[in-house]
Write a protein that binds this ligand. Structure first.
Ligand code: ZN
Length: 406
């Protein structure tokens, strides 16, 4: 397999098995049918440092019918509205400007631009989610973001003063197409920001469960800068955000634009080099720690079961399914997975077939332990479930190493 960015040969380092798509929750009447499974293996490119999946599942198979809806998470909604406010203030956006978001989901981020009277447009490939955005009054093109859509938008709407893509650039296997599309649509002095989980957080906190088929890339600054430069774009700033277990938000402009580089870019590159993100040994060490987490988590769950304890899961997140499938945690170890997304309740988790029940079930049912699968939401979940905790329930967080929250 060759690097999707620079075409060099990839070095595989982490094999998570052959698993169903992490967001393909099942209806009860489909449980008996065979599920499509795909290899989930991660590789490293020594030439451009891009960490990526070794196998590609076509995006058309993944993103046309998607159940992740942004607005169901209050943490993410607040984060997006702060991002919109910051972009307006920092880049001086006004009513004459066009803001384009790709992978715009239900329009939550673009809603954040509404109070400023700014013209916005979303690009979202999942038909069901694009319809939700439209019904909330967010203008949305139902398509995949790439060079053809960028050329059409430029012709119809003009160039964009601000383009943003949050947790989406890693979902598009054609990284060169994404960068080309941005370069096509971006105004001469415009700014492109993306937000993506940060590779060094993934390594430092052993967040192996953020690996799933939808997520082709695990970005460092050095790999992103390399991909952007090939298309005439320059990284002039980067911020580090706590959301989704640790994310980066780099800012890009055209190579010849007047945006001054901030010290954060050079500092970030230097820190990455010290962390070893450009060496295969770093990734081999990570793979060893992942195997240890699986062993420790399984021994705890078996111990609880042997002691007659009841254990549930919380958070029917994509990352939870990577963890459940890789570790082999099924109905013999967990009773169910609770979640507050009504689109997921009543379905079953892919691969392990655990039923998804409403979040309120925890307080009624009071299992002895609850494994938090959406650990990036652990603070929100623990505070929302105070009744469960006060009744003696305990939360178990799997990452960066399995630990009971007291
Ligand atoms: Zn490469």
């Amino acid at each position: 397999m060759r690097c999707r960015s620079c075409d060099a040969e990839l070095l595989p380092f982490l094999d998570l098995g052959t698993t169903p798509l992490a967001n393909s929750f099942l209806r009860e009447d489909h449980l008996a049918e065979p599920e499509p499974r795909f290899p989930l293996e991660v590789g490293f490119c020594e030439r451009c440092t891009l960490v990526q999946l070794m196998h590609t599942v076509p995006p058309e198979q993944i993103f046309r019918d998607y159940v992740y809806v942004t607005a169901t998470s209050s943490t993410i909604t607040e984060h997006f509205h702060a991002l919109a406010r910051e972009a307006v203030e920092r880049f001086g956006l006004g009513p004459a400007d066009l803001v384009v978001e790709f992978g715009s989901n239900d329009g939550t981020l673009l809603k954040g631009f509404e109070p400023y009277g700014i013209r916005t447009l979303g690009v979202e490939p999942a038909t069901n989610i694009a319809e939700i955005a439209e019904s909330r009054g967010v203008r949305t093109v139902n398509d995949f973001f790439g060079p053809p859509v960028a050329r059409k938008l430029r012709a119809d709407e003009g160039t964009a003063a601000y383009i943003v893509g949050c947790n989406v650039v890693a979902h598009i296997p054609d990284i060169n197409g994404t960068m080309e599309a941005v370069a096509t649509l971006l105004a001469d002095e415009g700014v492109f920001q993306l937000e993506a989980p940060y590779l060094t957080d993934l390594l430092d906190k052993s967040e192996f469960d953020t690996v799933y088929h939808e997520h082709f890339f695990y970005f460092s600054l050095s790999a992103l800068a390399f991909a952007a430069e090939r298309h005439g774009l320059r990284m002039f700033d980067v911020q580090h955000e706590p959301v989704h277990g640790g994310s980066i938000r780099p800012s890009f402009c055209h190579a010849g634009a007047s945006h001054e580089p901030t010290p954060a870019v050079a500092e970030g590159h230097e820190r990455e080099h010290r962390r070893g993100i450009d060496r295969i040994e770093t990734y081999a060490d990570f793979a060893r720690r992942v195997a240890q987490i699986r062993e420790r988590l399984l021994s705890l769950l078996h111990e609880y079961r042997a002691g007659g304890r009841r254990v549930a899961g919380y958070g029917a997140a994509a990352k939870g399914n990577t963890l459940l499938n890789y570790c082999g945690i099924g109905p013999e170890l967990l009773d169910y997975v609770a979640d507050k997304n009504p689109l997921k309740v009543g379905l079953y988790t892919p691969g392990m077939h655990l039923p998804v029940v409403p979040a309120a079930r925890l307080a009624e049912d009071r299992p002895d332990y609850t494994l938090i699968l959406a650990w990036n939401m652990a603070d929100e979940i623990v505070s929302e479930q105070s009744g469960y905790r006060e009744g003696g329930g305990r939360f178990l967080v799997p990452i960066p190493e399995p630990a009971v929250v007291t």
